[in-house]
Design a protein around this ligand. Structure first.
Ligand code: ADP
Ligand code: MG
Length: 729
């Protein structure tokens, strides 16, 4: 069967499919596949449980006798659920998760077979680190690293496809010299940075009861689903995650609703199944809905502490992929799978809370609480103002470059949306005004000049990359395929640093003064003025904002290669080092890894596109050309007897011919440019060369291919079309 015939066969199959034989959902218990706190309390000796909890809280190294006891209980529990393997589950620089399974199975010296899992195996593992990206900083030998259990995130069982399963132990991944080789270690460090700095603010405001401040995160994950059979016929989707060619479908397809019913059912069945798997893993999937684009959806869990939230987002991506497969669907996490169709992102909801459960970004009810809230708010403004370029770098990827600034996602310009009411309050403080007495602003002038701040639920700005949404900030520019670790690490570090700055300044100003509120307001005023350029309430997608932002001096860096430079900007490096989140070497390693990933991604895209054109598009076009030649000959051969109009045939022939020539030419240019780029040895220079040439060339090369798709007869076109992938399921 030719590919074109397969396309048609799939279409027929889908039309005939019924959803009758989907397996019925079984009842599951939330967290049944996690070794969670409740289970630990149940299964561990009291003193062991207590010591473990203490260790988790203090972050100290685990005592081996305790580790042995925990490992034993874990193994017994896992084996009772049919598990026979374990793995340290960690997050290397690839942005994915890594696992290497070992069985519990051991052979004693007397030949006896036993199942064993010891404390040291639980606490520490040694994967061969040499093949993970390390930023070219270490030789293979030095890249040796080990994984270490992160007991603050619960161990879980990943079920095997035909029974059994793997006990997964969330871990960090570090080198023998203590360097972070993963995404998790810096994330944990940034949580510590926030804890330290935010506690200083609480103490400044006389809070003596809070002992810890945690960072919380809830991630709204967008994704596409298409029929797996179509996916299998698209090498570009399989290899690069996005379609490198494909003519945009005629407008109005979305409005045809005959397929709606069936989409809903098949997708809902998938969602229910996926959510159930997530429940078992203790991931509280809460929200699901259709997204803007056809076949685009969203899932959001209830928020959690940052490291757990990051683990859960990885699990969500993994589970969605597995379950989709089971349902004959392909999950597309790429930021831009289809040209001309909205891409996908991740809304990263970020907040901080004390250990008494108070959300510190919730405007309070009393003026004192409000003042404290404003210190946090202004610190965040300052963080985005001063380190916006670094935040941009933290979300940079070849995939995300397609979205940022493409009128569908927040732009590459970092700005903050606060809403009308907060804006007014900040403006009043800036002008040193007596604050307005309106019905919305309940003023208590007795203590300070500050009104209580009512929640502003009225206006929402969907176009802002960084929006205040009542009691949290929503960082909306994160890519859908990316790990959320780096952006959150950078954001948390920057906020911690800005909090330090504000606290130090307030303390200095307070020296000798008894006017606490007035002093705090004075410092806030200074920073409200300084950070004003970063605040924007208007339409972030508009041309006017681009111009306005340029006037304000805000960077607008569209391409990853350029954006990544922010990592090694001394201002940013100093901050990350000061907050003990990264060492200089760790930052440089990441900078290099991201440059390499960028170059590799584009390199693979070029190869894949050239291959697609050579082996799919051109053969189909030439076949049609040949048909046309024969047709024209036939028409000419009978022209003596019957007069026929050969003009339409000729016109088509000319169009096809032109497109083929153009495609050949552009393909050649693309290929030559790639070779030029690959010859550059300096990675920085190379990435910039790629950024300056490759994305544009990829676009121009696909044009004649897309044109051919709309000229060639349907029965010779070898690749599933947008209309099939996006409107049929
Ligand atoms: P939206 O109106 O933006 O969709 P939701 O209430 O649905 O807001 O929340 C979206 C995400 O934000 C969810 O994952 C939710 O758990 C998370 N979220 C809510 N409160 C917080 C918080 N304090 N810290 C971090 N994330 C939060
Ligand atoms: Mg939201």
């Amino acid at each position: 069967m030719s590919s074109a015939e397969m396309r048609h066969a799939i279409l027929k199959e889908i039309a005939q499919e019924k959803l009758d034989n989907l397996p019925k959902l079984a009842k599951v218990k939330f967290g049944e596949n996690t070794f969670n706190d409740q289970l630990m309390r149940e299964k561990l000796p009291k003193d062991v449980y207590k010591k473990l909890k203490q260790t988790i809280k203090s972050g100290a190294k685990l005592d081996l006798s305790i580790a042995n006891s925990v490992a034993h209980a874990m193994k017994e529990w896992a084996m009772s659920k049919g598990v026979d393997h374990f793995t340290h589950w960690f997050q290397p620089q690839t942005g994915l998760t890594a696992e290497k399974h070992d069985s519990f199975f051991e052979i004693e010296s007397d030949g006896q077979v036993i199942e064993r899992f010891k404390g040291d195996q639980l606490v520490q593992g040694e994967p061969d680190a040499s093949s993970f990206p390390s930023g070219g900083r270490r030789t293979t030998f030095e890249a040796r690293g080990y994984t270490m259990w992160d007991p603050s995130s619960p161990a879980f069982i990943m079920e095997g496809p035909n029974g059994g399963g793997i006990l997964c132990i969330p871990s960090v991944f570090i080198s023998y010299t203590g360097e972070a080789l993963d995404k998790k270690t810096p994330l944990l460090r940034s949580m510590e940075a926030i804890n330290k700095s935010a506690l200083k603010v609480l103490r400044l405001f006389g809070n003596k009861t809070a002992n810890r401040v945690v960072t919380t995160v809830g991630t709204e994950q967008e994704y596409f689903l298409i029929d797996k059979r179509y996916y299998n016929l698209r090498p570009d989707l399989r290899i690069t995650g996005r379609t490198l060619i494909g003519a945009e479908p005629p407008k109005g397809q979305q409005l045809e609703d005959h397929y709606f019913g069936s989409i809903k059912e098949r997708v809902l069945a998938f969602m229910q199944d996926a959510e159930q798997e997530l429940y078992k893993l203790g991931v509280p999937a809460k929200t699901r809905h259709n997204e803007v684009a056809p076949h685009q959806y969203e899932i959001a869990p209830i928020f959690a502490e940052l490291n757990i939230g990051a683990d859960r987002n990885q699990l969500i991506m993994e589970v969605l992929r597995k379950v989709a497969n089971r349902h004959g669907l392909a999950l597309l996490l790429h930021e831009k799978p289809f040209k001309g169709i909205n891409g996908s992102g991740k809304h990263n909801n970020w907040s901080i809370a004390d250990d008494n459960g108070n959300n510190l970004l919730d405007p309070g009810k009393t003026p004192e609480e409000n003042l404290q809230f404003l210190v946090f708010l202004v610190a965040i403004l300052h963080a985005v103002y001063k380190y916006g370029d670094l935040l941009r770098a933290s979300i940079a990827s070849a995939g995300n470059d397609h979205r940022l600034g493409a009128n569908e996602a927040p732009p590459a310009i970092m700005s903050v949306f606060l809403g009308e009411r907060l804006t007014e309050i900040l403006d009043d403080i800036k002008q040193g005004k007596e604050l307005k007495k309106t019905e919305e602003f309940i003023i208590d002038l007795g203590i300070s000049k500050l009104p209580s701040i009512l929640r502003d639920n009225t206006d929402r700005n969907r176009t802002s990359p960084f929006a205040f949404t009542g009691n949290k900030f929503e960082f909306r520019a994160v890519g859908s395929a990316a790990s959320i670790s780096l952006p959150n690490t950078v954001l948390s570090a920057a906020v911690a640093d800005s909090l330090d700055l504000l606290v130090a300044e307030i303390e200095k100003e307070l020296n000798g003064s008894t006017e606490f509120n007035a002093t705090v307001l004075k410092v806030l005023q200074k920073y409200i003025i300084e950070t004003e350029p970063i605040r924007f309430e208007g339409n972030n997608y508009s041309k006017e904002w681009e111009e306005e932002a340029a006037k304000r001096g805000l960077p607008n860096v569209r391409k990853t290669a350029h954006a990544l430079k922010a990592f090694i900007d001394p201002k940013n490096m100093d901050m990350l080092i000061r907050q003990k989140v990264f060492s200089k070497e760790e930052i440089e390693a990441r900078y290099h890894i991201h440059l390499e990933q960028y170059v590799k991604t584009l390199d693979i895209e070029v190869d894949t596109l050239c291959d697609l054109i050579q082996t799919f598009v051109l053969p189909a076009a030439l076949k049609y050309q040949n048909q046309l030649v024969n047709n024209i000959k036939n028409v000419q051969s009978i022209s003596a007897q019957i007069k026929m109009d050969a003009e339409p045939l000729n016109e088509t022939m000319i169009m096809v011919n032109k497109a083929i020539t153009e495609l050949n030419k552009r393909c050649k240019t693309l290929h030559e440019t790639l070779q030029k780029g690959l010859a550059i040895t300096d990675i920085e220079e190379q990435a910039v060369f790629f950024a300056d040439h490759i994305p544009d060339l990829l676009e121009s090369t696909r044009e004649p291919a897309d044109q051919l798709e709309s000229i060639l007869p349907d029965d010779v076109w070898p690749l599933p079309k947008y209309a099939e992938m996006l409107f049929i399921m």
